[in-house]
Design a protein around this ligand. Structure first.
Ligand code: SF4
Ligand code: SF4
Length: 670
């Protein structure tokens, strides 16, 4: 076509692009560096499923499928784009193997996907301009990008259609079915007019595609380039497992400035598509708190771009190991406070760590560690915790429980019930890890007693640690006191090791999550952790707990975030309820993976909720809407929150909240 022009075009556009990407790279290196190179096979699986397979979008008809269509089309058509760039140098250029049958098949595929992309884009524009889903901002950039992609498809199809006028017997005629269908448009054209069309479409396509490439790093469509690397480099640990903090040699604990983040957080910022899926059912956002997970990411990203020249320099110094220069530049850089100005302090404390955001983000952005790192800074560096939380923290420090009840009272719940202690028994098949709520909270110690009665009835060999047990550390860690949490974890692990514990049961999903997913970072090995719903399901299935028919009742199950979304246990409690004759299970609209938080996770159980409406009220209204007479829980925090909501909304007459163990105990055959 025109090798000189194509060379110049490629030289200038690629130079510009490489320069921009280098800046983005150095900016990212301003963060703390660590490379995730473990579990390569799992990473590749995730890249195939979540990245190329767009798994998280397939859940969602409409917008999700539209995105999948555009993404797939983009991948298919990009081969064509490479071919066209090559034809700038040699008119007959083709990619290897494309001169044979594979080329014909590709022509068919390419035209099909080009049309699919155009249809998906028309739907996308209509959705943004006419339907206007609440979670989306009306963004000119988004509409411009959609039009840009559509024009790329059109230039390709029209260029090929004009080409068929010049070469009516081209071997791709028919295979490239959309271009063939458009070719009659040029039937009356002279050869020279058709030639002008071919040239115009060719150069428009090449210029637009290279301009598009250069535009991407400046907006939310940067995810087109960063999405797949971000998915590959994602955190592979369970969603609720926080990263272990190393105190050795550190002066800053947590994140108080952008440069304290790991570089993965910068990659998250680059990758956010601003789709708003994370905001959609964020309990804090839905109930009017100042927290919107999307805005946490985009506020930080906007601030990073505002400080780009500083961060790029810091990134270069850190990469060269010139840490003193970097530290001096960081200290001298005047900027708005990350916590307080870039992010609202109330937003940082409003998170319940429910995991809605991280599990629904199509590009696996990790909001929870981002937020917790800022809490760590507030708690450990600045000692700025909400005043109501201070008593809980004092209790955790002095008595290893957030109720601040004397540690000596940890086994008072046992009373005259027959519950073996490990210190007497020496060993048992299971350790029952009771947890703070099950030990100190009146309503939840009823649940612990009910569960022990079931264990006794089924003849399970178990024992408790009693006063040798301490808080699992969930609230401590989630409100940012990592130092205290690590001590709590180590004390519990030492107690487990003292009695060579091999299996642990707990009725608390928070304790379950800590012991299963977080304690291994502190040396716990070879211990099976079972939630009480799983054990109860097993005991019922094995006939070790025999049931009688219950009075007819409509019951709904509320999924605890730490049991369901974070640990994927959805069926066990439903199976137990399903095995009680007379109970009619009804599902909440928001259930299983879509379950809605009770409002107590992330240490929120011990904070006031004085902004917006109450999360537990939102949930109990939904429960009441099912017509159920009872809401079954499998988490002490959920039980407290829903029980309180029933009282506060005056529903004691028609609704009650009970743990699965209590319902089961009531329906045991004699
Ligand atoms: S974890 Fe839950 S509460 Fe926290 S930001 Fe995400 S969706 Fe909101
Ligand atoms: S963080 Fe994820 S879910 Fe939230 S707006 Fe960005 S891409 Fe969408």
């Amino acid at each position: 076509m025109n090798p000189v022009f194509m060379s110049l075009l490629l030289f200038f556009s690629l130079s510009l692009f490489i320069g921009t990407m280098a800046d983005r790279y150095w900016l990212l290196r301003a963060g703390e560096f660590s490379f995730r190179h473990d579990r390569v096979a799992d990473r590749l699986r995730s890249l195939l499923g979540v990245g190329f397979g767009q798994k998280r979008l397939l859940y969602e008809k409409g917008a999700g499928w539209m995105h999948v269509g555009i993404f797939a089309g983009f991948l298919v058509v990009s081969l064509r784009t490479v071919t066209l760039l090559g034809r700038g140098f040699d008119t007959g250029y083709n990619l290897p193997f494309m001169d044979g049958p594979l080329g014909l098949f590709y022509a068919l595929l390419k035209d099909t996907f080009a049309v699919l992309v155009i249809v998906a884009i028309l739907y996308g524009i209509w959705r943004r301009l006419v339907i206007r889903p609440a979670r989306l901002h009306l963004s000119l950039e988004a509409v411009l990008i959609l039009l840009w992609i559509a024009i790329l498809m059109v230039t390709d199809l029209v260029g090929d259609a004009a080409g068929l006028r010049l070469d009516p017997h081209h071997r791709e005629r028919g295979w490239a079915w959309a271009s063939t269908a458009l070719s009659p448009l040029f039937a009356g054209s002279t050869e020279s007019a058709a030639g002008v069309w071919v040239q115009a479409m060719f150069w428009s396509h090449c210029v637009l595609v290279l301009a598009f490439l250069n535009f991407l790093p400046f907006g939310k469509h940067f995810h087109v380039l960063t999405g797949l690397p971000a998915v590959y480099l994602r955190r592979m640990t369970p969603s609720a497992a926080l990263e272990k903090m190393d105190f050795e040699g550190k002066e800053v604990f947590g994140v108080g400035k952008l440069e304290d983040f790991s570089w993965h957080r910068f990659l998250d910022m680059y990758t956010c598509t601003e789709c708003g899926r994370c905001n959609d059912q964020c309990p804090a956002n839905v109930t009017g708190k100042p927290l919107a997970p999307r805005e946490i990411i985009t506020n930080e990203r906007d601030e990073a771009y505002r400080l780009a020249s500083h961060l790029i320099q810091v990134g270069k110094w850190k990469a060269e190991g010139r840490d003193e220069l970097a530290a001096a530049a960081i200290a001298d850089c005047e900027r708005p406070a990350l916590i307080g100005e870039v992010n609202d302090v109330e937003a940082i404390w409003a998170c319940t760590t429910c995991g809605w955001c991280v599990s629904h983000c199509p590009v696996v952005i990790d909001h929870i560690p981002n937020i917790i790192d800022q809490r760590r800074y507030l708690t450990m560096m600045e000692a700025k915790v909400p005043s109501v939380l201070q008593n809980a923290l004092k209790g955790l420090e002095n008595n290893s429980n957030p109720w601040n009840v004397s540690a000596a009272a940890r086994e008072d719940w046992i009373g005259d019930l027959e519950v073996p202690r490990l210190r007497d028994k020496g060993s048992s098949e299971y350790l029952l890890f009771v947890g703070c709520a099950g030990s100190f909270d009146d309503r939840n110690s009823d649940v612990t007693r009910a569960f022990c009665r079931l264990l006794n009835k089924a003849g399970v060999d178990y024992a408790v640690l009693g006063t040798e047990e301490g808080c699992c550390g969930d609230p401590t860690r989630r409100v940012g006191n990592e130092y205290l949490f690590q001590m709590q974890a180590q004390q519990n692990i030492a107690a487990f090791q003292k009695y060579s514990v091999k299996k642990i049961i707990t009725a608390c999903p928070h304790g379950f999550n800590m012991i299963l997913n977080e304690y291994p970072d502190f040396g716990l090995e070879g211990v099976e952790v079972v939630h009480h719903t799983e054990l109860l399901a097993e005991l019922v299935a094995d006939g070790r707990l025999k049931l009688k028919a219950a009075a007819q009742a409509k019951v709904t199950f509320h999924d605890s975030c730490y049991l369901g979304r974070h640990n994927d246990i959805y069926e066990a409690p439903r199976k137990v309820l399903g095995s009680i004759e007379g109970i009619q299970q009804v599902e909440l609209d928001r259930s299983r993976r879509e379950g809605f938080c009770c409002g107590a996770g992330g240490g929120r159980m011990f904070m006031e909720e004085d902004l917006g409406t109450r999360i537990n009220h939102e949930r109990i209204n939904e429960v009441a809407g099912t017509g159920a007479a009872e809401v079954c829980t499998a988490c002490p925090f959920c039980l407290t929150m829903l029980g309180d909501a029933i009282k506060e909304t005056d529903r004691q007459e028609q609704l009650q909240a009970r743990d699965l163990a209590e319902i089961l105990l009531e329906n045991l055959a004699d």
